[in-house]
Design a protein around this ligand. Structure first.
Ligand code: XLS
Ligand code: CA
Ligand code: CA
Length: 438
């Protein structure tokens, strides 16, 4: 097999002072943090679509990068060349997982039966490449948003025929995920939403989506899929209003339709900020509901109101993310870099720089989050902030045994309310800075 990324060596940890461009400064796979190796805290994954398929096309211009990998685009030779490139890429970076949509790994044919045949062929090839390596599949999914047949939705489509195509794609993608040993299966509902209520029956559409998910769970379990199903919330784009707006909305939906035992959240940083939340908020809401599954690790741009999918460099954000992940006891999934190079960063070397940046950003976030937890001042403050609930009355409230009348009587006994204590936000933010910057 000819080397594709020539002149790119295996990327090694060289320490924070290295000036060597192609090296990790913080990601030291074997370093132990809070009892676990960095590589176990941070199961990184390569997103097939951005890394091996996307070449810079945007609304205003065509490809700037060459991702042909010396094969003719749109052919099975090209599909195989992408597999070769992907495995060489992951091996050079020490990445142990990948994520894929069905149509990322083969060119889609006119006839779904031919697409399925191609998918069987390419996954045989991927399996061959996996054997003898420790590279695994993190999650698979079906792309139910690019093909024009899904212009009115997939699970939320108004047409039974389209709904059947969505079902067929999910069925196949689940089979491929099982074949490749995938840990999870993702539903991202890019076309599951609406542009106008003038033509949309929201209740009807949501019930249909729930039914499709229920069928997916039944089928997945019947073919031996034991992993988690994920919903990846996003409030908008491409639709004006998407049903899986944020984690709270998606969790409510899953509970309403009895799907909460089989599903968790796949939280993407950029989607959190599009929903008007911090990344940390979405992680916390998922975690406290027992639904923190996996992460799409990228970042948005505070000046742009769309899904820019940038490689993460914001260490404050990654620290807060890892703070949540450590507190939640880790992920059942992993960290998928659902991120793309900026359009002018169009060389093979840039692909490596992007992953080095992302992996180092999360490694540094992990180091700093562990220091914050070990420092203990934030935890101690939060503990103390709620301490009044430790008295008898507080305990009765917490256990759900207090009555409104007895609490009102307590307030009446006090007459005027004691002065509330300061939340000390600015002081707490200075602690974060102290821990982060010494
Ligand atoms: C798009 C989503 C998508 C999902 C997988 O905004 O992030 O890439 O992660 O379908
Ligand atoms: Ca995104
Ligand atoms: Ca994503």
């Amino acid at each position: 097999m000819a080397e594709i990324f020539k002149n790119i060596p295996e990327i090694k940890y060289e320490g924070k002072n290295t000036k060597k461009p192609l090296a990790f400064r913080y990601y030291d796979a074997d370093r132990v943090i809070m009892g676990k190796k960095m590589s176990e805290h941070l199961p990184f994954a390569m997103a097939w679509w951005h890394n091996l398929c996307a070449a810079g096309t945007d609304m205003f211009g065509r490809d700037t990068a060459n991702k042909s990998f010396s094969a003719e685009k749109g052919t099975m030779e090209h599909a195989k060349a992408k597999v070769d490139a992907g495995f060489e890429f992951m091996q050079k970076l020490g990445i142990k997982y990948f994520c894929f949509h069905d149509v990322d790994i083969v060119p889609e044919a006119e006839d779904i039966n031919e697409t399925s045949r191609r998918l069987d062929e390419i996954t045989d090839y991927i399996l061959e490449k996996m054997s003898g390596t420790d590279i695994k599949c993190l999650w698979g999914t079906a792309n139910m948003f690019s093909n024009p047949r899904f212009m009115n939705g997939a699970g939320s489509a108004n047409s039974v025929d389209v709904y059947c195509f969505a079902a067929a794609q999910i069925k196949k993608a689940l089979e491929l995920t099982v074949k490749l040993g995938g840990k999870g299966y993702v539903f991202w509902g890019g076309r599951e939403g609406y542009e106008t209520l003038l033509n949309t029956d929201v209740k009807f559409e949501q019930e249909n989506i729930a039914n499709l998910m229920r069928m997916a769970v039944e089928y997945g379990r019947s073919i031996g899929f034991t992993g988690d199903f994920y919903i990846e919330p996003k409030p908008k784009e491409p639709m004006k209003h998407q049903y899986d707006f944020d984690a709270a909305t998606a969790i409510g939906f899953l509970r309403q339709y009895g799907l909460d035992k089989d599903f968790k959240m796949n939280i993407e940083a950029n989607h959190a900020t599009l929903a008007g939340h911090t990344f940390q908020h979405e992680l916390r809401i998922s975690a406290i509901n027992g639904m923190l599954g996996s992460i799409d690790a990228n970042q948005g741009d505070y000046l742009l109101g769309w899904d820019t999918d940038e490689f993460p460099y914001d260490v404050y954000e990654s620290t807060m993310c890892m703070y949540e992940v450590l507190k939640a006891g880790g992920l059942t999934g992993g960290f998928n870099f659902d991120a793309k190079n900026r359009r002018p960063s169009n060389t093979y070397e840039d692909m490596f720089h992007a992953y080095i940046l992302g992996m180092d950003t999360f490694a540094l976030g992990l180091i700093k989050a562990a220091e914050l937890i070990e420092d203990g001042e934030l935890d101690a403050f939060v503990e103390k902030r709620y301490e009044s609930f430790k008295n008898e009355l507080g305990k009765r409230i917490r256990s759900g045994n207090a009555t409104l009348a007895e609490l009102a009587a307590e307030a009446e006994k006090m007459g005027s309310c004691p002065t509330p204590a300061s939340g000390r936000q600015e002081y707490l933010e200075s602690i974060v800075n102290r821990v982060m910057f010494g």
